[in-house]
Design a binder for this molecule. Structure first.
Ligand SMILES: [Zn+2]
Length: 286
């Protein structure tokens, strides 16, 4: 590249090959670069917290590996109001789905496993026969990839058919992925973030529907949760999807429930405050 071309107007010529730095200076500047400490990108940081876990597909018997979070290494920070877990340097929700790369069978890690022959037949007919994916070798899952896996798990659950709580829980995880994606792009792409938040709202509604139905039909533990924890999560989902009355009723019940521990009661009071603010805001809008 001719670095000095603009100077031709000023009467300079023959500067095409002029080097700015002598050889010695070049060497020293490159060694300075090498000495700089490499600061890891978010993706590189995330890589440290995952490993490849081996699975055998219950549908097609294929052995494959799925990325899994090292739960003993990641530092747990807190949960969102609806119990979405937050870890330092990694969004654990991206690694909650196990998906067979050969046949497309996918499920949340906790429900991945043996099925009836009828279920296997249905999955083969309605998922595997359509499924095709180019093999990818990613070091971490992007939000795009994780949401694709989540939706594959949702499709599998609908075809199986899985319980309403299982379908609802997958919807909740997909909502959390959209929330995570929105947070991830918020600073550089506020329009994109807005788009993902709209998607999040759609899946929160679906999660709420599934959980309401599960509460009526299924017995505890549901999604691995006892009654109090489940009701707390339901109250939070009701709050997030504008079902304020349901949320208020559940909150009242949890706060006097003999089995509610102080941690869940604290969280419930936090939710109660949020709900109060939301109700006031709604009133002011009218
Ligand atoms: Zn398979």
């Amino acid at each position: 590249m001719d670095l000095f071309s603009e100077l031709e107007n000023l009467g300079f010529s023959g500067l095409d090959n002029l080097e700015i730095y002598t050889e010695e200076e070049k060497k020293s500047s490159s060694s300075v670069v090498q000495e700089e400490v490499h600061i890891k990108t978010p993706d590189e940081l995330e890589e440290d917290y995952i490993y490849d876990k081996s699975y055998t597909c219950p549908v097609c018997d294929h052995d494959f590996k799925s990325k899994t979070m090292k739960s003993n290494k990641a530092k747990f920070l807190n949960t969102d109001i609806d119990l979405r877990p937050l870890y330092q340097h990694i969004d654990s929700v991206k690694y909650d789905v196990v998906a067979c790369p050969r046949c497309g069978y996918a499920a949340l890690t906790r429900s991945f496993g043996p099925m009836t022959s009828m279920q296997i037949r249905k999955i083969k007919e309605e998922v595997s026969s359509h499924y095709y994916k180019n093999p990818v070798n990613l070091k971490t899952y992007s939000y795009e990839e994780a949401i694709e896996r989540g939706k594959l798990a949702l499709l599998t659950a609908v075809v199986k058919p899985a319980s309403d709580s299982e379908k609802g829980y997958i919807c909740l995880k997909i909502a959390w992925l959209y929330r995570g994606w929105a947070e991830y792009v918020q600073e550089e792409d506020s329009e994109g973030a807005e788009f993902y938040r709209e998607k999040e709202a759609v899946f929160l509604k679906k999660a709420y529907e599934g959980m309401v139905s599960a509460r009526k039909k299924e017995s505890f533990p549901i999604c691995g949760m006892d009654e109090v924890t489940f009701d707390y999560m339901l109250a939070a989902l009701a709050y997030e999807t504008d079902a304020f009355e349901v949320s208020a009723k559940l909150i009242g019940e949890i706060l006097v429930h003999p089995k509610a521990n102080s941690r869940i009661k604290d969280k419930t009071r936090e939710l109660k405050n949020l709900l109060k603010q939301a109700v006031i805001q709604k009133r002011e809008k009218k």
